[in-house]
Design a protein around this ligand. Structure first.
Ligand code: PLP
Length: 357
């Protein structure tokens, strides 16, 4: 079996057999063959999202569906919860779209506090059309407690939609779309799903689709109602990335039937715990340890992060750099997707040597 030496928190290492799937001959996307492939994919996405509602695939990176979620579902006001660079992306998009955007900022490295969210929702007299949550903040390595945060929104503001970025959690950290009462949840596939980048998978609740029906302008390419109309007919609105459909179909089969979701989540937790334990002598975890992510660790090492990364590169290992305002001070280890504990341990052996040199 090939060993992974690529530990960037997305895109992550891709198994050769998945890359192979992408070289299959083309089929027409209006053919019965593609229809079967489409149904297989959207059906197998449901257990991954923990939903019986609609799941979709779009040919864009995750940012496309962040924007589409706001365009499709938010007529006016949105509350954006932030705790790092990617959560802040919702903010920038909302402002660009001309929405009234409020921010609840937990600060980098922290998780969003459900009590502060409840206070915010009760103390404002304004109605929010939606609240955005970022399940796993990739810039800081923090996993938010989406189950509790979503429950707070439902209790304090029952008509507010819950829009969730699960870009670096889906496939590595459990997502329970129906149980948690989410309305839109999206993930690009180059992280916990371990596919090459280029498509985004997403789930949309019946309640969110109702909201979409009231919107006169939902965009064209990423109009959720158009996705729904075509999905009901077993297809997609425009030419899909067929190689990605092949790869995703294979990956979902492997995740669900061979590895199983529970084993996959346990493997990710074990990779997080191993990373924290084995780097403790020479690096501090940048995130609140109670919310440390199972898919990515942001570390403040005892040597300049860029020097460490350069030394690791000489040994054949690629690590992630810091992101945004933590760029110079942190390095990020992506331990997600199809990376195995043995791969991680081999990398951590080398990192230990480099850090103590
Ligand atoms: N959200 C999170 C949590 C991410 O980690 C990223 C990318 O790293 C994005 C959003 C943006 O996703 P994409 O690059 O697929 O547009």
């Amino acid at each position: 079996m090939t060993t992974a030496k690529f530990f960037v928190p997305g895109p992550t290492w891709v198994r050769p057999e998945i890359l192979q799937e992408m070289t299959r001959p083309m089929i027409a996307h209006r053919s019965a063959e593609f229809g079967e492939l489409f149904v297989r994919v959207v059906t197998n996405l449901k257990p991954l999202f923990g939903t019986t509602q609609d799941t979709f695939v779009a040919a864009c990176s995750g940012t496309g569906i962040l924007e589409a979620a706001l365009t499709n579902c938010v007529p006016r006001r949105v509350l954006v919860t932030t705790c790092g660079a990617f959560a802040e992306r919702w903010l920038a998009i909302g402002q660009t779209l001309g929405l009234e955007v409020d921010q609840l900022n937990a600060g980098w490295g922290n998780a969003v506090d459900p009590e502060r969210l409840a206070d915010h929702l009760t103390s404002r007299r304004t109605h929010y059309d939606a609240v955005t949550l970022t399940h796993n903040e990739t810039s800081t390595g923090v996993t938010n407690d989406v189950a509790t945060l979503a429950r707070v929104v439902h209790e304090e503001s029952p008509n507010t939609l819950v829009l969730v970025d699960a870009v670096s959690s889906l496939g590595g950290i459990p997502v329970q779309f129906d149980e948690w009462g989410l309305d839109v949840c999206l993930a690009s596939v180059q992280k916990g799903m371990a596919l090459p980048p280029g498509i985004t998978v997403f789930a949309v609740s019946a309640r969110a689709l109702e909201q979409c029906r009231k919107r006169p302008y939902r965009g064209t390419y990423l109009d959720f109602l158009n996705y729904k109309k075509h999905a009901d007919e077993g297809n997609v609105p425009s030419t899909p990335s067929i190689p990605h459909f092949y790869a995703l179909a294979r990956q979902l089969d492997d995740i669900i039937k061979i590895e199983t979701l529970d084993a996959r989540y346990q493997r990710h937790k074990a990779m997080r715990d191993t990373t924290i334990r084995r780097t403790a002598a020479y690096a501090e975890l940048a995130a609140d340890p109670d919310y440390a992510s199972a898919t990515v660790s942001a570390l403040v090492p005892n040597r300049a992060p860029d020097e460490l990364r350069a030394e690791m590169k000489k040994r054949g290992f690629t690590l992630g750099g810091g992101y945004g305002k933590w760029k110079a001070t942190t390095l990020r280890i992506g331990h997600m997707g199809d990376i195995q504990l043995d791969d991680l341990n081999a990398m951590l052996d080398a990192l230990e040597e480099v850090a103590s040199a």
